[in-house]
Design a protein around this ligand. Structure first.
Ligand code: MF3
Ligand code: CO
Length: 272
């Protein structure tokens, strides 16, 4: 059974998601050449805690397999769960996925964006555009009466048509009191799969897309997942509320003034 949230719980989700979105927004603005991913992680920790929240990444895991950083920072061929490092200095032309998951008042907000550092080449720019578009096509399907497979299928159909790879090892998920709740939301699969969506469900929808093949290789750190072929990967994620009507994106930063702002448009405007 997929949990639904009542109105009070949804208000708490809103608050957590708003903070997660604003932290993500600020960190993305910081992703410039010369900055290390360690600096970004430390600033992420500071911003999260300044807002009265706690990182949901730090210590995430079981036993002695625990995530050692406060944010997930994945550069170029890294797909997800990259760990900030003083040795990783961002360079012009890099892309970086900034993934922020935090707990506020007992509830989780989870969101991610991939951004370019300085001037991107056309391949990288296009990968960001397609991944972002895939996210919004998936969100469009997060409607009461639809099955989870509607989301999966919308993402897959679009991404395949663009001839990009879809990562299969990592999927979207329900989110609420814990970061990973039912259901799993793959970025591929048929429409008539999965549970039916109902108002009050909160879902983290998160396509992870590769410019080349989608096969994944894990680093020795046990966390960082990268493309086996070394191709670029991008990742966009929002936490979304299923309602009686339009899907409601809970992770809109204040700077977007209540509306979705497509990042590829701002990439083009600022950097193109
Ligand atoms: N947003 C990431 C996810 O849904 C957060 C993972 S926490 C980490 O998988 F500890 F694995 F980094
Ligand atoms: Co997530």
């Amino acid at each position: 059974m997929i949990p639904t949230k009542n109105p009070e719980q949804i208000e708490k989700m809103r608050a957590a998601c708003k903070i997660a979105a604003n932290v993500l927004d600020r960190l993305c603005q910081m992703a410039e050449a010369g900055v290390t991913t360690y600096d970004l992680d430390q600033e992420g920790k500071r911003l999260i805690e300044e807002a009265g929240a706690v990182s949901a990444c730090y210590n995430y895991g079981f036993g002695d397999h625990r995530f050692p950083a406060y944010t997930c920072l994945s550069v170029n061929d890294e797909i997800v769960h990259g760990i900030g490092s003083m040795k990783r200095v961002l360079q012009d032309g890099d892309i970086i996925s900034v993934d922020i998951s935090l707990v506020y008042d007992g509830w989780i907000g989870d969101n991610c964006r991939s951004v370019g550092v300085g001037q991107l080449d056309e391949d990288a720019r296009r990968l960001l555009e397609v991944t972002e578009e895939a996210l919004y096509l998936g969100i469009e399907e997060a409607r009461s009466g639809h099955r989870v497979g509607f989301i999966s299928n919308a993402v897959e159909k679009y991404v395949r048509r663009q001839r990009y790879g879809i990562v299969r090892e990592f999927v979207g998920h329900g989110v609420g009191r814990s970061m990973h709740e039912e259901p799993q939301i793959p970025n591929f699969g048929s429409r008539n799969r999965g549970d039916y969506l109902r108002p009050g469900m909160t879902l983290a929808i998160e396509p992870m897309i590769t410019a080349g093949r989608s096969a994944v290789k894990m680093d020795r750190d046990g966390w960082t997942a990268r493309t086996k072929d070394g191709s670029l990967a991008a990742h966009f994620e929002h936490t979304v509320l299923v309602t009686n009507g339009e899907p409601e994106i809970l992770t809109l930063p204040d700077s977007w003034n209540g509306q979705v702002v497509r990042q590829y448009e701002s990439n083009v405007a600022n950097k193109g």
